[in-house]
Ligand binder design. Structure first.
Ligand SMILES: Nc1nc2c(ncn2[C@@H]2O[C@H](COP(=O)(O)OP(=O)(O)OP(=O)(O)O)[C@@H](O)[C@H]2O)c(=O)[nH]1
Length: 240
């Protein structure tokens, strides 16, 4: 017969298994310079990095959160925007992805036009339509209220998001709003949406929490980075 010690120890392992949180892989893609690294810093560490360099390969950052009593972890894959720094890594980016954040710069219409190429890359890597997609216009702090040229209008971005089944946000990694609200576009009559980064985290978390996968017991996590041209620069296994 099992001793009370053995019984409580096996209960302990069951409970530790149950309390391990589910980890979701969230891919962050978009043209070089749109602010993917700064935004993932903001989403995960709550700050704007003092100094950033072009991402080489991919960097990993985690964000733990609790949604309706369940602890989950988002693992953000901040991928290189420059083709030469992506190279052979691309297929690894798309493996077992649970959600994708498409980032563009609201002051750079070319980065918005470039989204079609990122959608095509998702298609080529067999990313299913069931994978939640989020469209995020970054650098809203640079919007010039006196002009509409050289900026991506929100109506255009919202239509694009709707056409591609994405949830739309506009924010600034540098100077995010503390509360969700509307920014004025100069004359007071026109307004644009500015989202708190925490609203983005919550929306991604809440969407993923409803999903059945991955199981709490077998969700391996990476931290650190993979660099193109080097062997695995750093590969660590972590747990909540
Ligand atoms: N004003 C402003 N500048 C930003 C914001 N986000 C990023 N930047 C600046 O934009 C530049 C590029 O930012 P990154 O985060 O390195 O861009 P990236 O998309 O990761 O670039 P790659 O690594 O080349 O793909 C840096 O100079 C940042 O300081 C923002 O919200 N507002």
């Amino acid at each position: 017969m099992e001793s009370s010690l053995e019984f409580s120890s096996s209960l302990g392992s069951v409970s530790s298994l149950l309390t391990r949180c589910r980890t979701f892989k969230v891919l962050v893609i978009g043209d070089s310079g749109v602010g993917k690294t700064c935004l993932t810093h903001r989403l995960c560490a709550g700050e704007f990095p003092r100094r950033v360099e072009a991402t080489i390969g991919v960097d990993f950052r985690d964000r733990a959160l609790e949604i309706d009593g369940e602890k989950i972890k988002l693992q953000l894959w901040d991928t290189a925007g420059q083709e030469r720094f992506r190279k052979s890594m691309v297929q690894h980016y798309y493996r077992n992805v649970h959600a994708v954040l498409f980032i563009y710069d609201v002051t750079c219409p070319a980065s918005f036009s470039g989204l079609t190429a990122w959608i095509e890359e998702c298609r080529q890597n067999s990313l299913g339509q069931e994978i939640p997609r989020f469209l995020i216009g970054n650098k809203s702090d640079l919007r010039d209220p006196t002009r509409t040229d050289h900026q991506v209008g929100q109506d255009r971005a919202m239509s694009f998001a709707k056409a591609h089944g994405m949830i739309f946000f506009e924010t600034s990694a540098k100077n995010p709003l503390k509360k969700r609200g509307n920014g004025h576009r100069g004359d007071g009559a026109l307004r644009y949406q500015q989202d708190d980064v925490e609203d983005i985290v919550t929306a991604v978390g809440a969407t993923l929490k409803k999903r059945k996968t991955p199981s709490a017991a077998n969700s391996p996590v990476y931290s650190g980075s993979f660099k193109v041209g080097k062997k695995k620069a750093e590969e660590l296994w972590t747990c909540c």
